[in-house]
Every structure is written in structure tokens, then in C-alpha cells.
Design a protein around this ligand. Structure first.
Ligand SMILES: [Zn+2]
Length: 276
């Protein structure tokens, strides 16, 4: 449910983005629906979907789900249930924002710059830590092992979602009401505006050289990241991604520099050992 609400807090599409998305949809089997104009797509393919349905292909190459999600959200529920080979194919578009499909006779390239959201259970039964979970350590290890290190490395934020707070189901009159999506969206739009004015692009698209200019850290904070890298065994890619996330957290907070608190939060999203 949270994932499907994400498009509601994303900034509005530019006309250029809308044209790109509409063009891809227009060559898909389902075609482009005019009521979706200027709407960021939300695609949630089932884990039984074929590789061609997900990444695209066919004798006359057609875009797959990852391209139909271009400029929007791609939600993969029950991530470990997807074919591992298909998941590995995601690595290229996550980095480059496009996918190349090679067939014997044809080669096609489709844009696929999507916001990836994935969900999985903490163990095969989903009740890890509770009395009703009978999963063995080995079963849990094998289940989590279905997601490769290199794929996890490309996921910026990992978090454990606790069971639903009963208070949310039956709010009391004196409870502070939660923020509406529209309020959050205004903050997102503002943060994106800051990014466009600073570097003419979103933080996610910053190149290595630009990170050195726009994501500078104090000596003390650099030490903090260095420690996290060695403690969690992170890659250089993960380091760059932490900087981008920290920069975005700072932008959302309206801070011109990355502060320790922003960096710590970004590093916190890299922790995997939260669930037992
Ligand atoms: Zn279990």
C-alpha cells in the first residue's frame, strides 16, 4: 500500500518526461491510455511474470515492465520470489536508466529510469522473531541469499517495516493527524527545485566529479562514512549512493550543507542486520 502511494508524493512530470513515457506505452501491447497523460506510472508486475514481460523483448522487441515504469515507480513485491536471472538483469537499468535488448536480428534500446521499490518478508513464513515462525536459520539464510550482493548494493534505502500500529487503525480525537501526501509532495517539489538550481539535475543523476563539488563532507563526517564502509563491507558504489541520499536528506531539511545527522540517516538505510 505504501509503495502504491509513492507516485502521489513525486514531483509533477515535465512535458518532456510525459512524452517519453507516453511514447513507450504507445508501442506496448496495451497501448497508451490518454487518461494517463502526465501521470507518473506505477507498475507492479507479479513475480511469476516472464523475463520478456519484465525487461522487454520478443521478435519485434517491445518494452517490458521496467520501461513501462519509466519516470515512475516499479514495485516488486516478494522480491526473492522473482527469477534470480531476471533480477540480475535489473542491475543495468538501475545504473544507466536504459535497457538494451539484443535478439539475433534486432537490437533495441528502451529508456527505463524508474524508482525501484521492493518488498520482502524477513523469512519464508514472514513471522521471524515471533513464536509462530518455525523457519530454520538455514532457510532464512537461503531465502535472503536469493537477492544478490550486487543488486542489494544498488538499493539505497533498506528498512524494516514493523507490524501496523493499532493506533493508526483507530485514531483517537486528540492524536496529531498524519501529514497528507500533498504536504509531503510540496516538500519533495521544493527539494527537487533546489537540486535543479544547484546542478541542473536530480541528486540521483550526479556524476562522480559532481559529488566532489556538491556533496562535500567535513573531515569528521568523512571518517564516519569510512568507518561504515569497512564495518558493513560496502562498495565504492554504495559510498557514492550514500552521499547522494545524504544530499537529498539535507535538501529536504532545507540545509545547504550535508550535516552529520543527514549522513548518519543515509548510512542507517544501509544496515541489513536490523531484523534479528
Ligand atoms: Zn519464518
Amino acid at each position: 500500500m505504501l509503495a502504491s502511494r509513492l507516485p502521489g508524493i513525486l514531483p509533477p512530470m515535465t512535458e518532456q518526461e510525459a512524452i517519453e513515457t507516453a511514447t513507450i506505452h504507445s508501442i506496448s501491447s496495451a497501448g497508451f491510455q490518454v487518461e494517463n497523460w502526465m501521470q507518473r506510472p506505477f507498475r507492479a508486475p507479479h513475480h511469476t511474470a516472464s523475463a520478456v514481460a519484465l525487461v522487454g523483448g520478443g521478435s519485434q522487441p517491445k518494452p517490458g515492465e521496467i520501461s513501462l515504469a519509466h519516470q515512475g515507480v516499479l514495485f516488486l513485491d516478494e522480491l526473492p520470489e522473482f527469477d534470480r536471472k531476471v533480477l540480475e538483469v535489473l542491475r543495468e537499468p538501475i545504473e544507466s536508466g536504459k535497457i538494451t535488448i539484443s535478439r539475433a536480428a534486432n537490437q533495441a534500446e528502451f529508456p527505463s529510469r524508474f524508482q525501484l521499490v521492493a518488498a520482502m518478508n524477513p523469512c519464508p513464513c514472514g513471522y521471524l522473531g515471533q513464536a509462530r515462525c518455525y523457519c530454520t536459520e538455514e532457510q532464512v539464510r537461503r531465502y535472503r541469499g536469493k537477492i544478490s550482493g550486487p543488486l542489494l548494493d544498488r538499493i539505497d534505502m533498506l528498512m524494516e517495516v514493523p507490524a501496523v500500529d493499532k493506533k493508526l487503525l483507530r485514531p483517537k480525537p486528540d492524536d496529531v493527524p498524519p501529514e497528507s501526501s500533498e504536504v509531503v509532495r510540496q516538500r519533495v517539489i521544493q527539494a527537487r527545485q533546489i537540486q535543479l538550481e544547484r546542478a541542473s539535475k536530480a541528486n540521483a543523476s550526479l556524476q562522480h566529479k559532481e559529488l566532489e563539488v556538491f556533496c562535500t563532507l567535513s573531515d569528521q563526517d568523512f571518517q564516519l562514512v569510512e568507518n561504515a564502509i569497512s564495518r558493513f563491507g560496502l562498495s565504492a558504489r554504495a559510498y557514492h549512493r550514500i552521499l547522494k541520499v545524504a544530499r537529498t536528506i539535507a535538501d529536504l531539511a532545507g540545509s545547504s550543507t550535508i550535516q552529520t545527522v543527514h549522513l548518519t540517516e543515509a548510512i542507517g538505510y544501509r544496515r541489513l542486520d536490523t531484523a534479528n
